[in-house]
Design a protein around this ligand. Structure first.
Ligand code: SAM
Ligand code: DTB
Ligand code: SF4
Length: 332
């Protein structure tokens, strides 16, 4: 099957993603057609695109730290940190700078090149933002790239983060536009897109992706990917999360996704966003080495390493070291 596709750009990794010309748009139908390719054809095509833009086998590693946990006002149906769900999570106040730096040093010692700090806020108060800005400055001094995910930003906040030297801001679109209201009702997708625009305008790299395994269908997954790929400048980093079901949340007991559909989502992200880092994100703990190998074959080239994601368990360091050795992967 021949799939009409926008031009696949020959930009080098670490360079800003190119601005897409207006005709380089992915229709949801064209993205769905990629999903519908025979699995091996899809994987082959994704790996070919991957090798045109990246060095095969190189995987960027980031470590996450929850700097302010729980008690969030929002109702995102997947989230352990929404105050309204009884998830058993203990709320924690904003972490002091010295503790953050201790964790950042440990992440550096474990081979991560980026440190990502997450806070369960709808949006940060200016006083809290000032504290996070100190964290960004100090973590950068350790030689790590910095990323924060703090919720929606008000005017001026992205500029303050940019002045502090922040490298990446994570703010996911999470799912397709028509499915978003099924997942979250306390803010809109447009609110999130506005924040992404502010981050982009301030000159900070955008990290934006979504979650699969939330009861959506393949068309919804195509809608998620099309939305990201069609951004005027696609995100430099695209996390693809497999839902980690959290008891007490509305999405705790849904049907699980066919793992090959997870791999397909990675492959379609790689083909439609050829110069972006595609991150094999939440859900690795539930995946064996063989499934993760397929994700790398499909074009994933970054992961979260470290024992924890934000509030849930990730992969043990020993397991990841063994995985990298078994697959001849190199950390960057
Ligand atoms: N409050 C901020 C926000 O909403 O952007 C930052 C934290 S939020 C936890 C960051 C992202 O983690 C979410 O957008 C979602 O994509 C992902 N995430 C959260 N809980 C998850 C879960 N249980 N399973 C998979 N991904 C999850
Ligand atoms: C992203 O897309 N995934 C990360 C990061 N960005 C902040 C968070 C995953 C959270 C998984 C559930 C938890 O540990 O609470
Ligand atoms: Fe969780 Fe972020 Fe939604 Fe709050 S805004 S409930 S922290 S995903």
């Amino acid at each position: 099957m021949i799939i009409a596709s926008p031009i696949e750009f020959a930009a080098k990794p670490h360079q800003p993603a190119p601005v897409l010309p207006a005709d380089a748009r992915w229709s949801v139908a064209a993205v769905e057609a990629l999903f519908a390719l025979p699995f091996l054809d899809l994987l082959f095509r994704a790996q070919r695109v991957h090798r045109e833009h990246f060095t095969a086998g190189e995987v960027q590693r980031s470590t996450l730290l929850s700097i302010k946990t729980g008690g969030c006002s929002e109702d995102c149906g997947y989230c352990s940190q929404a105050a309204r769900y009884s998830t058993g999570l203990e709320r924690e106040r904003l972490m002091p700078l010295d503790e953050v730096l201790e964790q950042a040093r440990a992440a550096r010692a474990n081979g991560s090149s980026r440190f990502c700090m997450g806070a369960a806020w709808r949006s940060p108060k200016d006083k809290d933002l000032d504290a996070v800005i100190d964290m960004v400055r100090e973590v950068k001094k350790l030689g790590l790239e910095t990323c924060v995910t703090l919720g929606m930003l008000n005017d001026g906040q992205a500029e303050k983060l940019a002045d502090a030297g922040l490298d990446y801001y994570n703010h996911n679109v999470d799912t397709a536009p028509d499915y978003y209201p099924e997942i979250t009702t306390t803010h809109t997708l447009q609110d999130r897109l506005d924040t992404i625009d502010k981050v982009r305008a301030a000159g900070i790299h955008v990290c934006s992706g979504g979650i699969v395994g939330m009861g959506e269908n393949q068309t919804t997954r195509a809608g998620l990917i099309a939305q990201l790929a069609n951004m005027e400048t696609p995100p430099e980093s695209v996390p693809i999360n497999n839902l980690v079901p959290i008891p007490g949340t509305p999405l705790a007991d849904g049907a699980t996704l066919d793992p090959f559909d997870f791999v397909r989502t990675i492959a379609v992200a790689r083909i439609t966003m050829p110069t972006s880092y595609v991150r094999l994100s939440a859900g690795r703990e539930q995946m064996n080495d063989e499934l993760q190998a397929l994700c790398f074959m499909a074009g994933a080239n970054s992961i979260f390493s470290g024992e924890r994601l934000l509030t849930t368990h990730n992969a043990d360091a020993g397991n990841d070291a063994r995985l990298f050795e078994r697959l001849d992967l190199v950390s960057i």
